[in-house]
Design a protein around this ligand. Structure first.
Ligand SMILES: [Zn+2]
Length: 226
């Protein structure tokens, strides 16, 4: 009985967190209309919390977030879940360290995706956040598990927490939903700056050993308490 009420408390907190994080997608102008979404894994459970499908950003509430199992089936919610739920569920099934997933069609990152071109590592913030280039995943459409498989196959062997799915947009992952949102925001920022740099010439790559150094420092030292 205690365990059940603990799970309910956790899900209630995640409904509020996931709902609130959608405001970051609009704040940083990563989404239009009802596109884009944030989800979170329910720790210790085969469940996720995700945005409902087709509800405008202004109308999102903790109550209309949808709880699904890791096959994408609705467990609790009055709305249909985001159409990206199956892809995100696939990610949670196959990458156990992932606690949050975000999807956007943010403009500059998606422009790189349209060209199927990875964003090269030519900025220290790219090295810090992504540990190298931001990779491109395969072309895939909703309808089977090909989007989820493409995300997992691309990110499994990469240090990057974001993938540009070809001709589509960004999927980002994190240890929790907030980290995944941060990766989506930084992905767009890096994509935009490198795009601008390209307009006036060829950006200068950062040597691999410096990339490794920056990534290691940022991931292990920067921002840690104490
Ligand atoms: Zn999409």
């Amino acid at each position: 009985m205690t365990a059940v009420s603990d799970v309910r408390t956790t899900i209630g907190a995640l409904r509020r967190e996931v709902c609130g994080l959608h405001a970051e997608l609009t704040r940083y102008q990563l989404v239009v209309w009802t596109a884009g979404n944030v989800s979170a894994r329910v720790p210790g459970q085969d469940l996720l919390v995700i945005k409902p499908s087709g509800v405008s950003y202004d109308d999102l509430t903790p109550e209309n977030m949808v709880v699904c199992d890791l096959e994408g089936r609705v467990v609790d919610g009055e709305h249909a879940p985001s159409s990206d739920t199956e892809a995100q569920a696939y990610v949670y099934r196959h990458l156990p360290h992932v606690g949050g997933v975000v999807h956007t069609h943010s403009t500059y990152a998606t422009a790189w995706a349209a060209r199927a071109e990875p964003v090269p590592c030519v900025l220290t913030m790219g090295a810090d956040e992504f540990g190298g280039e931001i990779p491109v995943g395969p072309f895939a459409v909703i309808g089977d598990d090909s989007i989820g498989r493409g995300i997992v196959e691309t990110l499994r062997d990469s240090r990057s927490p974001a993938v540009l799915m070809q001709n589509h947009g960004v999927f980002s992952i994190g240890k929790d939903a907030r980290s995944a949102v941060k990766a989506a925001v930084m992905c767009e920022d890096v994509a935009r700056t490198v795009h601008v740099a390209r307009q006036l010439g060829q950006p200068v790559p950062i040597p691999q050993d410096r990339v490794d150094q920056l990534f290691d420092r940022y991931q292990n030292v920067y921002g840690q308490p104490g």
